[in-house]
Design a protein around this ligand. Structure first.
Ligand code: F6R
Length: 262
Protein backbone atom coordinates (compact mmCIF):
# COMPACT_ATOMS: atom_id res chain seq x y z
CA UNK A 1 0.00 0.00 0.00
CA UNK A 2 1.13 3.46 -0.77
CA UNK A 3 1.82 6.02 1.93
CA UNK A 4 -1.35 8.13 2.05
CA UNK A 5 -0.98 11.71 3.25
CA UNK A 6 -4.16 13.72 3.74
CA UNK A 7 -3.60 17.48 3.84
CA UNK A 8 -6.12 20.07 4.90
CA UNK A 9 -6.28 21.84 1.54
CA UNK A 10 -4.94 21.85 -1.99
CA UNK A 11 -2.24 24.45 -1.31
CA UNK A 12 -0.78 22.44 1.54
CA UNK A 13 -0.92 19.22 -0.54
CA UNK A 14 0.90 20.92 -3.45
CA UNK A 15 3.43 22.42 -1.09
CA UNK A 16 4.19 19.01 0.45
CA UNK A 17 4.67 17.62 -3.06
CA UNK A 18 7.06 20.42 -4.03
CA UNK A 19 8.99 19.88 -0.81
CA UNK A 20 9.52 16.21 -1.63
CA UNK A 21 10.89 17.11 -5.06
CA UNK A 22 13.26 19.62 -3.48
CA UNK A 23 14.40 17.11 -0.84
CA UNK A 24 15.33 14.73 -3.63
CA UNK A 25 17.23 17.42 -5.53
CA UNK A 26 19.16 18.41 -2.42
CA UNK A 27 20.29 14.82 -1.88
CA UNK A 28 20.71 14.09 -5.60
CA UNK A 29 21.37 17.22 -7.70
CA UNK A 30 21.49 15.16 -10.91
CA UNK A 31 18.18 13.40 -10.30
CA UNK A 32 15.83 12.36 -13.11
CA UNK A 33 12.36 13.73 -12.58
CA UNK A 34 9.25 12.33 -14.23
CA UNK A 35 6.86 15.26 -14.68
CA UNK A 36 3.15 15.65 -15.32
CA UNK A 37 0.97 18.42 -16.69
CA UNK A 38 -2.64 19.27 -15.79
CA UNK A 39 -4.23 21.80 -13.49
CA UNK A 40 -3.21 19.99 -10.30
CA UNK A 41 0.48 20.44 -11.07
CA UNK A 42 0.37 24.21 -11.60
CA UNK A 43 0.55 24.95 -7.89
CA UNK A 44 3.36 22.38 -7.43
CA UNK A 45 5.56 24.00 -10.07
CA UNK A 46 4.84 27.50 -8.73
CA UNK A 47 5.93 26.40 -5.25
CA UNK A 48 8.93 24.53 -6.60
CA UNK A 49 10.19 27.63 -8.43
CA UNK A 50 9.69 29.90 -5.44
CA UNK A 51 11.28 27.59 -2.89
CA UNK A 52 14.18 26.63 -5.17
CA UNK A 53 14.95 30.36 -5.58
CA UNK A 54 14.89 30.84 -1.83
CA UNK A 55 17.31 27.94 -1.41
CA UNK A 56 19.51 28.95 -4.36
CA UNK A 57 19.00 25.44 -5.70
CA UNK A 58 20.28 24.70 -9.18
CA UNK A 59 18.55 22.39 -11.67
CA UNK A 60 21.61 22.39 -13.94
CA UNK A 61 22.23 18.68 -13.37
CA UNK A 62 18.58 17.60 -13.47
CA UNK A 63 16.98 15.59 -16.28
CA UNK A 64 13.22 15.59 -16.81
CA UNK A 65 10.87 13.27 -18.66
CA UNK A 66 7.25 14.22 -19.09
CA UNK A 67 4.57 11.58 -19.08
CA UNK A 68 2.82 12.51 -22.27
CA UNK A 69 2.18 14.82 -25.21
CA UNK A 70 -0.76 15.37 -27.55
CA UNK A 71 -0.37 13.87 -31.03
CA UNK A 72 -0.69 16.43 -33.81
CA UNK A 73 0.54 19.45 -31.86
CA UNK A 74 4.04 20.68 -32.60
CA UNK A 75 6.28 21.76 -29.75
CA UNK A 76 5.47 25.47 -30.31
CA UNK A 77 1.69 25.02 -30.21
CA UNK A 78 0.32 27.07 -27.28
CA UNK A 79 -1.43 24.01 -25.83
CA UNK A 80 1.34 21.47 -26.38
CA UNK A 81 2.64 20.02 -23.15
CA UNK A 82 6.12 21.21 -24.18
CA UNK A 83 4.87 24.84 -24.24
CA UNK A 84 2.92 24.30 -21.01
CA UNK A 85 5.98 22.94 -19.23
CA UNK A 86 8.17 25.80 -20.48
CA UNK A 87 5.67 28.35 -19.21
CA UNK A 88 5.01 26.66 -15.88
CA UNK A 89 8.50 25.47 -15.00
CA UNK A 90 11.37 25.22 -17.47
CA UNK A 91 11.54 28.96 -18.25
CA UNK A 92 11.86 29.80 -14.55
CA UNK A 93 14.67 27.45 -13.50
CA UNK A 94 18.18 26.78 -14.79
CA UNK A 95 17.43 23.28 -16.14
CA UNK A 96 19.27 22.74 -19.45
CA UNK A 97 16.72 22.68 -22.31
CA UNK A 98 18.47 19.63 -23.79
CA UNK A 99 17.81 17.76 -20.54
CA UNK A 100 14.05 18.28 -20.71
CA UNK A 101 12.31 15.48 -22.54
CA UNK A 102 8.76 15.08 -23.81
CA UNK A 103 7.48 12.80 -26.55
CA UNK A 104 7.31 14.69 -29.87
CA UNK A 105 3.65 15.19 -30.73
CA UNK A 106 4.46 16.15 -34.32
CA UNK A 107 6.65 13.12 -35.09
CA UNK A 108 5.91 11.79 -38.59
CA UNK A 109 5.73 8.26 -37.17
CA UNK A 110 4.20 8.44 -33.67
CA UNK A 111 4.61 4.69 -33.06
CA UNK A 112 8.35 4.98 -33.70
CA UNK A 113 8.51 8.10 -31.55
CA UNK A 114 6.94 6.12 -28.70
CA UNK A 115 9.62 3.44 -29.00
CA UNK A 116 12.37 6.07 -29.12
CA UNK A 117 11.02 7.77 -25.99
CA UNK A 118 10.74 4.53 -24.04
CA UNK A 119 14.28 3.50 -25.02
CA UNK A 120 15.69 6.93 -24.20
CA UNK A 121 14.32 6.87 -20.63
CA UNK A 122 16.07 3.55 -20.06
CA UNK A 123 19.30 4.65 -21.76
CA UNK A 124 19.48 7.77 -19.60
CA UNK A 125 19.18 5.71 -16.42
CA UNK A 126 15.44 5.66 -15.68
CA UNK A 127 13.40 7.95 -13.45
CA UNK A 128 14.15 8.64 -9.79
CA UNK A 129 10.84 10.27 -8.92
CA UNK A 130 7.71 10.26 -11.05
CA UNK A 131 5.05 12.85 -10.35
CA UNK A 132 1.48 11.83 -11.25
CA UNK A 133 -1.95 13.40 -11.32
CA UNK A 134 -5.05 11.25 -11.67
CA UNK A 135 -7.88 11.50 -14.18
CA UNK A 136 -11.55 11.51 -13.18
CA UNK A 137 -11.64 7.95 -14.56
CA UNK A 138 -8.50 6.84 -12.71
CA UNK A 139 -6.07 7.35 -15.58
CA UNK A 140 -2.39 8.01 -14.95
CA UNK A 141 -0.47 9.62 -17.80
CA UNK A 142 -2.98 9.04 -20.59
CA UNK A 143 -3.40 5.38 -19.72
CA UNK A 144 -7.17 5.30 -19.84
CA UNK A 145 -9.22 2.51 -18.24
CA UNK A 146 -8.63 -0.81 -20.05
CA UNK A 147 -4.93 0.06 -20.63
CA UNK A 148 -2.64 -2.91 -20.16
CA UNK A 149 -0.93 -2.86 -16.79
CA UNK A 150 2.19 -4.04 -18.65
CA UNK A 151 2.09 -1.26 -21.25
CA UNK A 152 5.04 0.82 -22.46
CA UNK A 153 5.12 4.23 -24.13
CA UNK A 154 2.66 4.17 -27.02
CA UNK A 155 -0.21 5.93 -28.80
CA UNK A 156 -3.44 6.14 -26.81
CA UNK A 157 -6.89 7.37 -27.78
CA UNK A 158 -8.18 9.77 -25.12
CA UNK A 159 -11.42 8.92 -23.35
CA UNK A 160 -14.36 11.28 -23.97
CA UNK A 161 -14.30 12.32 -20.31
CA UNK A 162 -10.58 13.21 -20.61
CA UNK A 163 -11.17 15.31 -23.72
CA UNK A 164 -14.06 17.06 -21.98
CA UNK A 165 -11.90 17.74 -18.89
CA UNK A 166 -9.07 19.10 -21.07
CA UNK A 167 -11.42 21.34 -23.08
CA UNK A 168 -10.82 24.11 -20.55
CA UNK A 169 -7.21 24.53 -21.68
CA UNK A 170 -8.20 25.16 -25.32
CA UNK A 171 -9.87 28.14 -27.01
CA UNK A 172 -13.55 27.60 -27.94
CA UNK A 173 -12.70 27.36 -31.67
CA UNK A 174 -9.84 24.89 -31.13
CA UNK A 175 -10.29 21.14 -31.36
CA UNK A 176 -9.08 19.11 -28.38
CA UNK A 177 -6.62 16.46 -29.60
CA UNK A 178 -8.02 12.93 -29.66
CA UNK A 179 -4.77 10.98 -29.23
CA UNK A 180 -1.62 11.25 -27.16
CA UNK A 181 1.75 9.60 -26.78
CA UNK A 182 2.00 8.45 -23.19
CA UNK A 183 4.42 6.53 -21.02
CA UNK A 184 2.86 3.13 -20.36
CA UNK A 185 1.81 1.79 -17.00
CA UNK A 186 4.87 -0.46 -16.81
CA UNK A 187 7.07 2.51 -17.74
CA UNK A 188 5.60 4.52 -14.87
CA UNK A 189 5.93 1.60 -12.45
CA UNK A 190 9.67 1.43 -13.18
CA UNK A 191 10.23 4.82 -11.57
CA UNK A 192 12.12 4.33 -8.33
CA UNK A 193 9.73 6.57 -6.41
CA UNK A 194 6.24 7.80 -7.27
CA UNK A 195 4.18 10.69 -5.90
CA UNK A 196 0.55 10.98 -6.97
CA UNK A 197 -1.15 14.27 -6.13
CA UNK A 198 -4.94 14.63 -6.24
CA UNK A 199 -6.99 17.58 -5.02
CA UNK A 200 -10.66 18.53 -5.11
CA UNK A 201 -13.93 16.68 -4.62
CA UNK A 202 -14.11 15.70 -8.30
CA UNK A 203 -11.18 13.32 -7.73
CA UNK A 204 -12.67 11.60 -4.65
CA UNK A 205 -14.16 8.62 -6.53
CA UNK A 206 -11.01 7.98 -8.56
CA UNK A 207 -8.81 8.22 -5.44
CA UNK A 208 -11.00 5.78 -3.49
CA UNK A 209 -11.05 3.31 -6.38
CA UNK A 210 -7.29 3.58 -6.88
CA UNK A 211 -6.36 3.13 -3.21
CA UNK A 212 -9.07 0.85 -1.87
CA UNK A 213 -10.49 -0.91 -4.91
CA UNK A 214 -9.10 -3.99 -6.63
CA UNK A 215 -6.00 -3.60 -8.79
CA UNK A 216 -7.59 -3.52 -12.19
CA UNK A 217 -7.31 -2.05 -15.67
CA UNK A 218 -10.65 -0.37 -14.99
CA UNK A 219 -8.74 2.01 -12.69
CA UNK A 220 -5.17 2.28 -14.00
CA UNK A 221 -3.96 4.19 -10.91
CA UNK A 222 -4.79 1.13 -8.78
CA UNK A 223 -1.52 -0.41 -10.01
CA UNK A 224 0.27 1.88 -7.53
CA UNK A 225 -0.81 -0.57 -4.82
CA UNK A 226 2.02 -2.74 -6.15
CA UNK A 227 4.69 -0.03 -6.20
CA UNK A 228 7.31 -0.39 -3.43
CA UNK A 229 7.72 3.38 -2.90
CA UNK A 230 4.56 5.27 -3.81
CA UNK A 231 3.17 8.23 -1.87
CA UNK A 232 -0.31 9.58 -2.51
CA UNK A 233 -0.84 13.17 -1.38
CA UNK A 234 -4.44 14.38 -1.28
CA UNK A 235 -6.46 17.19 0.20
CA UNK A 236 -9.50 16.53 2.39
CA UNK A 237 -11.91 16.85 -0.54
CA UNK A 238 -10.10 14.26 -2.64
CA UNK A 239 -9.88 11.99 0.45
CA UNK A 240 -13.58 12.29 1.24
CA UNK A 241 -14.59 8.88 -0.13
CA UNK A 242 -11.80 6.83 1.43
CA UNK A 243 -13.27 4.19 3.74
CA UNK A 244 -10.12 3.98 5.83
CA UNK A 245 -9.58 7.74 5.99
CA UNK A 246 -9.51 7.82 9.81
CA UNK A 247 -6.85 5.15 9.85
CA UNK A 248 -4.64 6.97 7.31
CA UNK A 249 -5.04 10.18 9.32
CA UNK A 250 -4.10 8.39 12.51
CA UNK A 251 -0.84 7.24 10.92
CA UNK A 252 0.01 10.59 9.34
CA UNK A 253 -1.83 13.36 11.21
CA UNK A 254 -2.27 16.45 9.03
CA UNK A 255 -0.46 14.65 6.22
CA UNK A 256 2.86 14.68 8.05
CA UNK A 257 5.08 11.64 7.77
CA UNK A 258 5.51 10.39 11.31
CA UNK A 259 7.77 7.48 11.90
CA UNK A 260 7.37 4.92 14.61
CA UNK A 261 9.83 5.55 17.43
CA UNK A 262 10.23 3.24 20.40
C1 F6R B 1 -0.98 14.98 -17.64
C2 F6R B 1 -1.42 13.66 -17.22
C3 F6R B 1 -2.79 13.40 -16.69
C4 F6R B 1 -3.22 14.38 -15.60
C5 F6R B 1 -4.65 14.08 -15.15
C6 F6R B 1 -5.16 15.06 -14.12
O1 F6R B 1 0.38 14.97 -18.03
O2 F6R B 1 -0.66 12.78 -17.34
O3 F6R B 1 -2.85 12.09 -16.20
O4 F6R B 1 -2.36 14.28 -14.51
O5 F6R B 1 -5.50 14.11 -16.26
O6 F6R B 1 -5.29 16.31 -14.70
P1 F6R B 1 -5.74 17.60 -13.84
O7 F6R B 1 -4.64 17.86 -12.90
O8 F6R B 1 -5.89 18.68 -14.86
O9 F6R B 1 -7.01 17.21 -13.19
Amino acid sequence: MATILIHHDAVSAASATAKRLLDLLVSKPDASLGLATGGTMEQVYAQLIERARGMNLSFAGVKSFNLDEYIGLNADHPQSYRTTMSKLLFDHIDIKPENTHLPRGDASDPAEEAKRYEAMIAELGGIDLQLLGIGLNGHIGFNEPSSSLGSRTRIKKLARSTMAANRRFFKPDETVPTHALTMGIATIMQARKIILLATGASKADAVAKALEGPVSTSCPASILQFHPDATVIVDEDAASKLELRDFYESIHPGGEEVYFVK
